[in-house]
Design a binder for this molecule. Structure first.
Ligand SMILES: NC(=O)c1ccc[n+]([C@@H]2O[C@H](COP(=O)([O-])OP(=O)(O)OC[C@H]3O[C@@H](n4cnc5c(N)ncnc54)[C@H](OP(=O)(O)O)[C@@H]3O)[C@@H](O)[C@H]2O)c1
Length: 252
């Protein structure tokens, strides 16, 4: 039975990943801050034939992440895959005079990833197999006005994975960065909902396929590869001019 640990399972992509792995009858550790939601999802996963261990966890809390990982490894007797999915979006609050918002995004989306992945690495190394997954974003490929915290957090985790990969591959560990475009989850709010949205359950199926096929970097849906390529051809002066035109009125 495959042993999987996932963060951010109380909604969106994390929830759909847990339900998909449940169909494969895996033993799954599910975590997030909202425990009631996790308990409902655990019931649905049990109905699909999987075993679930629920953890109420804030990924910003390093000590708790270490305790949770230790407990899961003890109960499960090993680990095959850890998916650092928990993350938040949001505005930098650029003109607020405070770094509170942007730091919350950076801490959740960067430290929240290292906090949960690193406690699993020693055991993965000793058992000589395992997969680490981070949910980055297409936003990691371009600057995002007023969302610098989000865009930079997503490039940071991708770069962490690119840096760890050669050191961990010799212990047979795979590192998979998933870069979704817009997926229909509670995170996508306001004008962003005007973009074409992919269904979260379809995305979860594709992500699991990419994980099983040990992709280093997986962009979904595929047409974002074309947008990233076009963006890379765009001169920075043009991008800056375009953004200034778009946001010519005060933003916040
Ligand atoms: N939806 C998209 O279009 C899209 C695109 C690219 C990348 N992504 C990435 O995909 C991941 C999942 O996002 P989603 O779209 O599924 O959004 P979502 O529905 O809002 O889910 C986010 C999950 O993260 C958890 N979370 C947030 N802060 C946490 C914390 N401090 N500690 C523990 N858990 C925390 C939330 O649970 P609690 O609130 O219960 O803790 C929730 O389960 C994120 O990393 C996001 O950046 C999403």
């Amino acid at each position: 039975m495959k042993k999987i640990f996932i963060t951010g399972v109380s909604s969106g992509i994390g929830k759909e990943l847990a339900l998909e792995y449940a169909k494969q009858k895996c033993l799954i550790g599910i975590s997030a801050r909202r425990e009631e939601l996790l308990n409902d999802i655990a019931k649905d996963c049990n109905d699909l034939g999987s075993q679930i261990i629920v953890y109420q966890l804030d990924v910003q809390n390093r000590e708790k992440c270490e305790k949770v990982a230790k407990d899961f490894l003890k109960k499960a007797g090993g680990i095959d895959c850890v998916i650092a999915n928990a993350g938040i979006g949001g505005d930098d609050n650029l003109f607020s005079g405070s770094s509170k918002n942007i730091n919350n995004i950076l801490n959740t989306n960067i430290q929240g990833v290292t906090n949960i992945l690193m406690p699993f690495i020693p055991l993965m190394k000793s058992q000589n197999h395992g997969t680490l997954v981070c949910i980055s974003s297409v936003a990691s490929y371009m600057p995002l006005p007023f969302h610098a915290g989000y865009a930079s957090s997503k490039i940071a985790i991708r770069r962490i994975f690119d840096s760890w990969r050669p050191s961990l591959q010799k212990y047979n560990l795979n590192l998979v960065s998933i870069c979704p475009g817009f997926i229909d989850t509670p995170m996508v709010k306001g004008p962003a909902r005007n973009f074409p949205l992919k269904k979260a359950n379809d995305a979860a199926v594709k992500f699991i396929h990419a994980i099983e096929n040990r992709k280093n970097n997986f962009v979904y849906p595929k047409y974002y590869y074309m947008l990233i390529w076009l963006f890379n051809l765009t001169p920075m002066w043009f991008y800056n001019w375009f953004i200034k035109k778009m946001f010519s009125k005060p933003y916040n």
